[in-house]
Design a protein around this ligand. Sequence first.
Ligand SMILES: *Cc1c(COP(=O)(O)O)cnc(C)c1O
Length: 462
Amino acid sequence: MRYISTRGQAPALSFEEVVLTGMASDGGLYVPETVPQLSHDDLAAMAGLSYAEIAFRVMQPYVNGEIDDETFRTIVTEAYATFSHDAVVPLNQLDANHFLLELFHGPTLAFKDVALQLLGRLLDHFLKKRGERAVIMGATSGDTGSAAIEGCRHCDNLDIFILHPYQRVSEVQRRQMTSVLADNVFNVAIEGNFDDAQAMVKASFADQSFLNGTRLVAVNSINWARIMAQIVYYVASAVALGAPHRKVSFCVPSANFGNVFAGYMAYRMGLPVERFVIATNANDILHRTLAANDFSKQELKATLAPSMDIVVSSNFERLLFEAYGRDGAAVADLLERFQVEPTALADAPLSRLREKFASHSVDDATILEVIREAHHRTQEILDPHTATGYRAAERERGDATVPMITLATAHPAKFAEAVVKAGFPGVPLPPHMDDLLEREERYTVLPAELSAVQQFVVDNRR
Ligand SMILES: *Cc1c(COP(=O)(O)O)cnc(C)c1O
């Protein structure tokens, strides 16, 4: 198995190379050249297996023999042993045929742990094998930074530098990053906004000469290994509800489209999925594209579901590649036009997408209403991201005899602001984190200047 670029120009890569590489050199994203298949019997045989075992079976073909089975099994087992629930991603029944898939039992209470616990270990494995070290740089306004830090804190061959805008992330989110005191973890508070931090990371990737040859690695959701890790919970939850003997549908609170694209991959591997419902907040490019063929950028809106605040959905390109029949030139042309002006998909690809995907957009007032309504009906307090999913799942349910699985992407304690606004006293942090606000913190405040940040990286990497 090789990995190819969605824009058709970059060289094909091995699994190892694709894990160590972010964006393809032609500006595209890497996808597997062929999709491994899970037969009816393969799926049936997964009933009752542990999450780690299902994870091994789903991901093993993508690894392509580049890690021996025993080592890969150990990596997977260790990654998911960090979750605080024995089921790793338990299902919680909401009504007769609507289920919540709780993806928030990892170290940082959001679904990004599922991918980043694995990615950190994969990177460390390959770097060790090569006798190399690497530097991770990322900018965060929330969930990704803490999940990346937790995923890399035990990695001997990685140093991680996460930039956040000084005094502009919530206390819980900041402390989840800054209270990790490992020797290879560096938190930098930038005297500027998120865009300043992001611009410095982008500039560092564009010109890596300041690192004198040390590899710089991206852990954002364009990394194929993140998608691969997320395929697993679609398979595991569907099997728990009776796949392959019956179909399920999924509803996914979406932003960069990495999560729901992983679901689509599960479907392409052979999982019987009736439909995917894409939930967005007011930043609704995905919904506008599917519902009205309006594929255009709009100004960023700050919402109560901040981890879904995006202008462009980077992983949507991977789905467009499939919808356009894997025609890299057509994808490149569409995305180049999209960068400069409002555009639209061609008819045939759009109708292909509409066969499998529905969408719904949920504004802030509705998020609060849904948190109250869901609590009234189920006694559950949903986080604001999951609330968009709950509403979208109900509105776009389709065939009501098919079980609907809504992905709960974060624990409500992580987004207490919305929960309090909805009229609840708040939600306590889970027991393993209840001393978070007392833990010692470590971070460095730096001006929003590229040279200062790069000097800090050079001085501190090991
Ligand atoms: C990142 C994130 C999302 C969006 O996921 P994508 O893969 O970018 O679509 C949704 N909810 C939460 C809580 C997140 O952290």
